[in-house]
Ligand binder design. Structure first.
Ligand code: NOJ
Length: 565
């Protein structure tokens, strides 16, 4: 009898422990150098993040992922890791990380770390030993002999780096080339070495033992390269110079089959860890069609959130409502049953959403991501509608911007999207007590900042808070998703709960600059009278008002979320 009692008590807790806590939520990306500086050195740090956890809790996000905070020479600002299991002094200490994790958990927030398996720093002791051919480290990286052409040393093949030029770097000591998909200081790790695979699994266990709730996996598409080392085909008329990564068709260096087995092996490792279900979010940045195809494989391999970058790349201010409809429908239709969709609005590698979609539509993506099913992935500053900060070439520090040179750096530099979080209108926008910060604060911080926006009920921040309340209400958990194109310029999304079709939510977005009046009730099959949950700016009506959907008068670039009446 008592055994039965124990089983009855245990079973629900096991289920709770394994719950997918990210369902129907927002996950927030913290770029640690720019979130909050606690010690006045002008660079954000872990103690700074801890001091702002109440902000994240107030937003209502399920958790946050932090770009790398590990020991690093900072050539790629943390994505070049010299020790996967320690914290870089610029960010603090392991003890600071433990404090942060505990404080986040006390507030119901999950903590997700960036796992960067594709490469290490060239300063990592593994690389140093690999150069010296010390076993088993000799095989931890991808080393190949030079190709001799007319007595001249050449790289083994035509493979290019994502960041610029040949992907091969000569090492004089080992007398071989090593492969590196990013900067020369980021040699690619060799996942065909069993010892290396084990090392990386140990990294995952190290952090989960310290209470971490999951990982965002960096650059997973690059984990393996075809071992035959064949040249990649040149894309005819690509419009890119021959040393630009986009000039090749990456059939041998991207999304190789073994990658999916690798992700599955990490899923297994994480599932064996105690302390609740761990999230695995994979970064696979490619074109729309390829992404659709491969993301589904990442789902099947155990990724919970194979980042859906359509809002971040393929869809922009030139896309029509039909492009949006097709892209959204495809993701939802292709997705394996039982998985959660996800919509990444922004990240540290691209221009901010306001630049990509235009300031007039700056609220569109966050409204879309909130209404669509699944997980919205947002970037620090999205909650206040932060803009890119235009920096001079001399102020540029991102290696991708620096590589492009003074004439072209603005096309490639990622710095504009990485400037400090704008908390208030004090020194350095409240990010640091130091007036000089690692990247300059956007001069618009006097008006665009959290402190002022939280007092303005029509601000981007207030819009976001209302959307989060809708998301967290749970009303959209079991709801169908319909996308509708209305005329040339309007997109509609209807979320119809399966249990009561009357309690539906609807989003209507005008992509055009001209006002338009439409019978969205007929087009979207929604009630003729609905209540306004939220609008973007420039509407002459307010939240909570009741509106006639048979003649919805939308301003240019208007966006509105309607809720049950
Ligand atoms: C993808 C990351 O998001 C980016 O910031 C980084 O430079 C590369 N991977 C290399 O790690």
């Amino acid at each position: 009898m008592w055994q039965l009692l124990i089983i009855c008590l245990l079973v629900p807790s096991i289920f709770t422990a394994q719950e997918k806590w990210w369902k129907n939520s927002f996950i927030y990306q913290v770029y640690p150098r720019s979130f909050k500086d606690s010690n006045g050195d002008g660079v954000g740090d872990l103690k700074g993040i801890t001091s702002k956890l109440d902000h994240l809790a107030r937003l209502g996000v399920a958790g946050f992922w932090i770009s790398p905070v590990f020991t690093s020479p900072m050539v790629d600002f943390g994505y070049d890791i010299a020790n996967f299991t320690d914290i870089d002094p610029v960010f603090g200490t392991l003890a600071d990380m433990d404090v942060l994790t505990k404080a986040a958990h006390q507030r119901g927030l999950k903590v997700i770390l960036d796992f960067v398996p594709n490469h290490s720093s060239d300063k990592h002791p593994w690389f140093q030993k690999s150069v010296q051919r010390i076993k088993p480290y000799d095989e931890y990286y991808i080393w190949k002999d030079a190709k001799m052409v007319n007595g001249t040393r050449k790289p083994p093949n035509n493979w290019l780096s994502v960041f610029h030029g040949s992907a091969w770097t000569w090492n004089e000591q080992r007398k071989q080339y090593y492969f590196r998909q990013f900067t020369p200081q980021q040699p690619d790790l060799n996942f065909r070495s069993a010892a290396l695979r084990k090392e990386m699994e140990d990294v995952l266990v190290f952090w989960t033992n310290r209470g971490i709730d999951g990982f965002r996996v960096d650059a997973i598409i690059h984990a393996y390269e075809d071992s035959r080392l064949l040249d990649e085909p040149v894309i005819p008329n690509s419009g890119y110079p021959a040393d630009n990564w986009n000039s090749l068709n990456h059939i041998y260096t991207r999304n190789q089959n073994e990658t999916f087995g690798l992700v599955a092996s990490w899923r297994k490792v994480l599932d064996a860890q105690p302390g609740g279900k761990k999230i695995l979010m994979t970064e696979s940045f490619t074109g729309l069609q390829e992404q659709l195809q491969y993301s589904m494989n990442y789902y099947r391999s155990g990724s919970d959130v194979p980042f859906n970058f359509m809002l971040l790349g393929a869809l922009n201010n030139k896309s029509t409502p039909l492009d949006f409809k097709r892209a959204i429908d495809s993701w939802l239709n292709y997705m394996p049953a039982g998985e959660e969709a996800n919509w990444v609005i922004d990240n540290h590698d691209v221009n901010r959403v306001n630049t990509r979609i235009g300031n007039a539509r700056k609220d569109h993506f966050i409204m879309l991501a909130a209404v669509l099913p699944g997980v919205g992935v947002m970037y620090y500053g999205n909650e206040i509608g932060m803009d890119d900060t235009w920096l001079t070439y001399n102020e540029t520090v991102d290696p991708v911007g620096c590589n492009a040179g003074p004439g072209k750096y603005q096309l490639t530099s990622r710095d504009p999207a990485r400037t400090p979080m704008q908390w208030d209108n004090s020194t350095s926008a409240g990010f640091s007590t130091n007036p000089k910060t690692w990247l300059r604060v956007n001069p618009n911080y006097k008006t665009i900042n959290l402190a002022s926006e939280q007092n303005d009920f029509r601000s981007h921040f207030s819009i976001f808070i209302k959307l989060m309340a809708m998301k967290k209400s749970g009303r959209l958990v079991n709801a169908t998703t319909e996308t509708v194109v209305i005329g040339d310029n309007v997109l509609g999304v209807v979320r119809r709960p399966t249990d009561s079709a009357k309690r539906l939510y609807a989003l209507v977005q005008n992509f055009g600059s001209k006002p338009v009046t439409l019978d969205v009730s007929a087009w979207m099959n929604i009630p003729e009278r609905m209540r306004i949950l939220v609008t973007n700016r420039d509407w002459k009506t307010f939240s909570w008002n009741v509106i006639d959907t048979t003649a919805l008068a939308m301003p240019g670039y208007g966006s509105i979320v309607l809720m049950p009446f």
